[in-house]
Design a protein around this ligand. Structure first.
Ligand code: DQA
Length: 153
């Protein structure tokens, strides 16, 4: 069974208690459950991680690239949190590792502060899901499976 890696960046471990008006009351553990349900629907195994450290996220993307090349992994669903708006290094990692990434944001980053309107990841993402709350993770998994199906046809 192929897998999809769901990656979460800084502060997403605080989901549920962090700015609930913006991000809701769902915890990251609930999001993991939701992702497993979406994966089951497609017969895809879900791996799930969170880190507050940019270097850990970069290493994880490099590893994912190797696993995609080996045919074990379809790609990554990535909520990079605030690193989305700051990290050239994450953009370079996605490009360098040649890993298909669906960028996801729980909130509509385009309707928020100007500094959240730009993403360093969007130009190297296969697709983007923004503003659908935590259900966006399931949509991103659906989208990644769909794109993979198109590629392998
Ligand atoms: C976020 C949006 C980012 O701007 C913010 O820094 C986050 C969460 C979202 O899911 O809406 O940490 O990625």
């Amino acid at each position: 069974m192929k897998s999809i890696l769901v990656m979460n960046g800084p502060n997403l471990n605080l989901l549920g208690q962090r700015e609930p008006g913006l991000y809701g009351h769902t915890t990251l553990a609930d999001v993991e459950t939701l992702c497993h349900q979406a994966g089951d629907k497609h017969g895809v195994a879900i791996e799930f991680m969170q880190s507050n450290h940019e270097g850990v996220l970069i290493d994880t993307l490099h590893d994912a690239g190797k696993r995609v090349a080996a045919g074990e992994m379809i790609g990554v669903v990535f909520n990079a949190g605030a690193f989305t708006h700051t990290s050239v290094a994450l953009q370079d990692a996605i490009k360098g590792a040649q890993v298909p990434v669906i960028e996801i944001h729980i909130s509509n980053v385009h309707a928020r502060e100007a500094f959240r309107n730009h993403s360093y990841l969007s130009s190297v993402a296969t697709g983007i899901v923004v503003g659908f709350g935590v259900k966006g993770y399931a949509l991103a998994i659906d989208g990644l499976v769909m794109k993979h199906g198109e590629e392998t046809q």
